[in-house]
Design a protein around this ligand. Structure first.
Ligand code: FMN
Length: 230
């Protein structure tokens, strides 16, 4: 099993340790990236990715190794500490660069057979909205199944997290890893994902964005082919 972790921060605190703990329990090959260390560019809003091609994004080449690791992964882990109730700025600007991959535009077909986990930690609250920030992307990328794990660690460093909370994290990551391993190679997109795909398919048939419509046609999705079928 191939696992790609995107850390929404460059330091190794609670969020890092929890993401790592889960990934190690999956017993696969782990590739990880730290933001903004490995990618820190802001989307400049040129919209060339939407209107022409993602390869015309000024950050395309810098982002490419991360894109390739995401595309070849079986499990994508997006992890971010809660910063003012949301993901870190680095995670947000990273996700902005994949707007063109949302189902409304040109989703990558391998996403429909992947699992993803969104992990966030906070001193007190904001895990729900932070996980939603990341899960919105995995859903609209077409990822078949996304798990969310938010932890109130009641601390601002991993060293200060109480043993009782660490035991709970250990138990939860073990259960989550078991579920992910069980579903490996078997996941199918949810009813909601399929519904959304079919609505987008209708929009693509009208050809409102010629670049997107050409992509859908070339994939055969306007005909009988579906990204979740091999
Ligand atoms: C800029 C900033 C904003 C934060 N905002 C929140 C917040 O909205 N809610 C909260 O409970 N904790 C907040 N925290 C605390 C962190 O989310 C929390 O300590 C988290 O576990 C840190 O993860 P890390 O150890 O991986 O850095 C904030 C911390 C920073 C640095």
């Amino acid at each position: 099993m191939k696992i790609t972790i995107i850390h929404g921060q460059s330091h190794k605190g609670s969020t890092y340790h929890i993401a790592r703990m889960l990934a190690e329990k999956l017993e696969g090959d782990i590739t990880e990236f730290f933001l903004p260390r490995d990618f820190g560019a802001f989307c400049i809003g040129c919209t060339r990715c939407f209107e022409k091609s993602e390869s015309m994004c000024p950050h395309y080449e810098t982002l490419k190794p991360i894109t390739e690791a995401i595309d070849s992964a079986d499990v994508i882990i997006l992890a971010s500490p809660v910063y003012v109730y949301h993901v870190t700025g680095a995670m947000k600007s990273f996700l902005d660069h994949y707007g063109y991959r949302w189902m409304v535009h040109r989703p990558e077909e391998r996403m429909f057979r992947k699992q993803a986990v969104c992990i966030s930690t906070a001193a007190g609250g904001g895990m729900r909205s932070t996980n939603k920030d990341m899960a919105d992307s995995t859903f609209f990328w077409g990822v078949a199944k996304t798990y969310r794990y938010g932890v109130g660690v009641a601390a601002v460093s991993w060293a200060k997290v109480k043993p009782r909370i660490k035991r709970r994290i250990d138990a939860r990551t073990t259960a989550l890893a078991q579920e992910i391993r069980r579903n490996h190679g078997r996941v199918k997109p949810s009813f909601k994902t399929k519904c959304y795909f079919y609505i987008m398919r209708l929009a693509q048939k009208s050809g409102w964005n010629p670049v997107d419509a050409a992509y859908w046609r070339e994939k055969g999705w306007l005909g009988r082919k579906r990204p979740w079928r091999r």
